[in-house]
Write a protein that binds this ligand. Structure first.
Ligand code: PLP
Length: 410
């Protein structure tokens, strides 16, 4: 007998989980990066990742670093935190987010999470009762699909319309919803498209959700990172039309994704989320999960209160510049077009599709871009321009050279 008398081991991996996580940003990026040519000694240009924290021009404000040091040194944050997060942090976030709203949030509306990612995981878990379904945007952020699948929550996709500046196809939403639909998700400002919904459009989203009797989950992890035409408006502003849950974190605006501090917020002046038991389930779920590190929570009030406008403005201005560079660079590469600043590939001669484009570009030019299929858009690319300007220009130059080489092979 093998294994000390047992015929076979009584455990094995969970294939369902593997299937749920089969398309992730990390997984797809790893695949594209595995095709890099070690013989190419040029620096790798990472236009596929959404993490600019490594670049000196995107360094966080010293205010945030000091806040962490002060919190740590105070020795007040060495213990476990309450499941919903410590009160001073929830109070600071409530005040901070209330600036964008026609009413005031209370600290009790704020639930601290391990980044915006855990907030997504949390709300999906809470809503995943048997038979329910949720409406997700296409293109979108694959984390939602993965967690819905892992929790047996059926998901259905509505489209964002490129010709309408990536607005939600509200007719599509109405056609998809049925009596088992619990919520729809929007991402505003958008990932991967970088668009920002107008006040009027968000109001229509709220009215549609109300008509369908569903909750709106608004992923606002890029809140205030607005550098185009439309100003950022929080979906929470429409919480009296339909209950809204907003998700956010310090990862993107403060450029510290490794600090893992986020939040889930109930924007619900009519108290519907309390009556329906959603708030109770959020607390139940937090009671059996882990929390963001207490000293990071302890730093939150100082991070929020002391960060000055010049930090935000500097970041916005670099993003505006690199968005422009990226847009102009793409105009100059005939196989790519860019409606409203999301990138689509035209059939590029000997290139089969978006993944083929990304794999070959990785191998030949050491430039990483993200294939659209993984965010729901076959034959599109997601190109990150949150990198330092000289590298961006280098990367765009290499994509152009790549195009010229492949176009010639016709
Ligand atoms: C980055 C990102 C997240 C995850 O944020 P973290 O705070 O790093 O967990 C969630 N949603 C979208 C749309 C994102 O781009």
């Amino acid at each position: 007998m093998e294994n000390g008398g047992r015929k076979r081991w009584g455990f094995q991996g969970n294939e369902e989980l593997d299937k749920a996580a089969s398309i992730t940003i990390r997984g797809v990026l790893n695949k594209v990066m595995s095709n890099l040519n070690p013989q190419d000694h040029r620096p790798v240009i990472p236009l596929g990742h959404g993490d600019p924290s490594a670049f000196s021009c995107f360094r966080t404000t010293p205010v945030a670093e000091d806040a962490i040091v002060d919190a740590l040194r105070s020795r007040k944050f060495n213990s476990y935190a309450p499941a919903v997060g410590i009160l001073p942090a929830r109070r600071a976030i409530a005040e901070h987010l209330s600036h964008d709203l026609p009413y005031k949030l209370s600290p009790d509306d704020i639930f601290l999470t391990i980044g915006c990612s855990q907030a997504i995981e949390l709300i999906i878990k809470v809503l995943a009762r048997p038979g329910a379904n949720i409406l997700l945007p296409r293109p979108g952020y694959p984390f939602y699909e993965s967690h819905a699948a892992a929790n047996h929550l059926e998901f259905r996709h509505f489209d964002l319309l490129p010709e309408k500046g990536w607005e939600v196809d509200l007719e599509g939403v109405k056609a998809l919803a049925d009596e088992n639909t619990v919520a729809m998700v929007i991402i505003n400002p958008g990932n991967p498209c970088g668009n920002i919904f107008t006040h009027e459009h968000l109001k229509k989203v709220a009215e549609t959700a109300r008509m369908l009797g569903i909750l709106v989950i608004s992923d606002e992890v890029y809140a205030h990172l607005a550098f185009g035409g439309n100003p950022y408006v929080s979906m929470g502003a429409f919480g009296s039309i339909t209950p809204v849950i907003t998700l956010g974190s310090i990862s993107k605006r403060w450029i510290v994704p490794g600090w893992r501090l986020g939040w889930l917020v109930t924007n619900d002046p009519n108290g519907i989320l309390h009556k329906s038991g959603v708030v109770e389930s959020i607390v139940s779920s937090l009671n059996i999960s882990s929390d963001p590190a207490t000293f990071i929570q302890g730093a939150v009030p100082q991070i929020i209160e002391k960060t000055t406008d010049d930090f935000y403005l500097k970041i916005i201005s670099i993003l505006r510049e690199t968005a422009g560079t990226c847009f102009d660079g793409i105009e100059d590469i005939p196989c790519l077009t860019c409606p409203h600043k999301a990138r689509r590939i035209h059939v590029c001669d000997d290139i089969e599709d978006d993944i083929d484009f990304c794999m070959k570009l990785s191998k030949e030019e050491s430039v990483i871009v993200f294939p659209g299929f993984a965010v729901g858009m076959k034959n599109w690319l997601r190109i990150t321009f949150a990198i330092e300007p000289p590298s961006l220009e280098d990367g765009l130059g290499r994509i152009k050279a790549f195009y010229q080489r492949h176009a010639k092979k016709q």
